[in-house]
Design a protein around this ligand. Structure first.
Ligand code: HBI
Ligand code: FE
Length: 280
């Protein structure tokens, strides 16, 4: 992330790392970059994003015309599921991140990528966070899952098992697919906010697509610098919420006995929905 883009957002001086969004200070060019990203995804995601995401986007009124004001979004979001967006300068320490999620506060960055970064940037920007993550927080079951994830994160930190839980977040909240009667659909924010991966994750023969299994996901490493080699597919948000209801301490003990799996692994015990052909 080039510092120049972030420079006009003062770093936080608050203990919870929050800052003011400063919605009035966005430039015309920043609003135009939002419009470009929004209109591009709007076309690509028809028939690719899950219905719950589309409903959340409409419910929130996240429109193409420019960068949304968190105050307006919070009026709607709070009424729908008790969540609110808080502005942060960038990635915040894990303990702060989980504390916010556990209290139904989604920490969103408020800078937007440059035109040179339209197709890829390593760290989350406001388009990834608001367009990618927040619409699904309008869905009550998913909103409960995210709050439960926050509570779980606080505990995982104490148990030294954060790396296992971070994999669950990665393969569901960021890069998850969901099976529907109309076919596989996207719900992961890292995919929804990415032009290339919105197409690759569903259409490309290269990656594996494997039915979600909690321990399998938490045992599997992931890459942050390229498309996923494996996507995990849930049957419903209820399945995801139920799977993560129990106390995870026994799971962490079990995982400590297993060796980590590399991202492209396919196990005989996997319910393989598509066996990837690997990338040329
Ligand atoms: N901070 N702002 C922000 N956004 C994230 O998605 C985020 C973070 N800090 C930590 C983090 N994600 C992950 O490392 C945790 O899921 C483990
Ligand atoms: Fe994210």
């Amino acid at each position: 992330m080039t510092n120049a883009v972030v420079a006009h957002r003062e770093p936080s001086t608050r203990a919870d790392f929050t800052i003011d969004q400063g919605w009035e200070s966005y430039t015309g060019e920043e609003h135009a970059i939002w419009r470009t990203l929004f209109e591009r995804q709007e076309k690509i995601l028809v028939g690719r994003a899950c219905d719950e995401f589309m409903a959340g986007l409409i419910g929130l009124g996240v429109a193409a015309h420019g960068i949304p004001d968190f105050r307006r979004l919070n009026d709607v979001l709070m009424k729908a599921t008790g969540w609110q967006i808080v502005a942060v300068p960038g990635l915040v320490p894990d303990d702060i991140f989980f504390e916010h999620l556990a209290n139904r506060r989604f920490p969103s960055t408020c800078f937007i990528r440059t035109r040179a970064q339209l197709d890829y940037l390593q760290e989350p920007d406001i388009f990834h966070d608001i367009y990618g993550h927040v619409p699904l927080l309008m869905n009550p079951v998913f909103a409960d899952y995210m709050a439960a994830y926050g509570r779980g994160g606080v505990k995982a930190l104490r148990l030294g098992a954060l790396h296992n839980l971070a994999r669950l977040y990665w393969y569901t909240v960021e890069f998850g697919l969901i099976a529907t009667p109309a076919g596989m659909r996207i719900y992961g924010s890292g995919i929804l906010s990415s032009k290339g991966e919105s197409i690759f994750s569903l259409d490309d023969p290269a990656p594996n697509r494997i039915a979600f299994d909690l321990l399998r996901v938490m045992q599997t490493k992931y890459r942050i610098d390229d498309y996923q080699e494996t996507y995990f597919v849930i049957d419903s948000f209820e399945q995801l919420f139920e799977a993560t209801r129990p106390d995870f301490a026994p799971y962490y003990r079990e995982l400590a006995q297993r060796t980590d799996l590399v991202p492209g692994t396919v196990l005989p015990s996997d319910r393989v929905l598509h066996r990837g052909q690997g990338r040329p």
